[in-house]
Design a protein around this ligand. Sequence first.
Ligand code: ASP
Ligand code: CP
Length: 309
Amino acid sequence: MPILKGKDILHGNQFTKKDVETILKVASEFERELKKKDTLPLLKGKILATLFYEPSTRTRLSFEAAIQRLGGGAIGMGAVESSSVAKGETLVDTIRTVSQYADVIVLRHPRTGSAKEAAEATSIPVINAGDGAGQHPTQALLDVYTIRQELGTLKNLTISLVGDLKNGRTVHALVEVLSLFQSKLYFVSPDLLRMPEEITSNLRGKGVKIVETEDMMEAARASHLIYMTRIQKERFADLSEYEKVKGSFIIDQTFLEKLNKKVTILHPLPRVDEIHPDVDAYPGAAYFRQMRNGIFIRMALLAMIFGKR
Ligand code: ASP
Ligand code: CP
């Protein structure tokens, strides 16, 4: 039985190491194929629906591009204000409706747990493209794809995750996937934005070595890779709290000169001020390659969900 056929993609902890290796293998096949041709029509006639209740550039457009590169089509609800959500329709009713028109749903929603709720309301696969401060599992897969591409391996790496570890759904999903590969993790954040205790203790229980610190330089010196994140302003109920922590960690030329060793830098993007544009030309700055990899991973996931790989 193909591993993802007919399945939802909801959480970074749903994959085994073997699943991750298979997904990465299929994604790299697609990356190679797309160098030779524009489309691989494995999903002719399939329709993907994008339901984004929060802003997105990369995730929505790369899913739409992925289904089209596979020969299928995409429909989108557009902005929440222009759909019947504005009239008060519930998520469950919206999901039931869209299930009549599409074969797979990609959902981004501000409520943690919303993707699971949506998956329970329909028999078609639901892909979680970000549920509040919860999870962003397809991002985690493109992140590990990029890490392996940049560093040649996923095993025994030391990785610093920096920024808003409390609200960052990308890091919540990524640490689950990294926990399969014997990583050592530095969690670098202001005290206010520490990784939730539940996640940290669960990872420690699985044998992951974790160091929590506010010292980005110390962590970077010990690491092969730095994963920067944006402080998630939209999750702050009190904006004066945001003001206290904004700009806490910034990578710029001065930081890299002081660091004085090559390091790989990822960021799920969008960035605000965490990485100065001067850093973009640094050979280890891999965030634009990372965003490109979203297309290969999302093609792999869609092909596998429909049993075509
Ligand atoms: N784009 C990512 C997300 O939606 C990261 C971010 O917005 O900071 O979770
Ligand atoms: N990385 C990411 O999820 O980007 P978008 O918010 O632009 O989709």
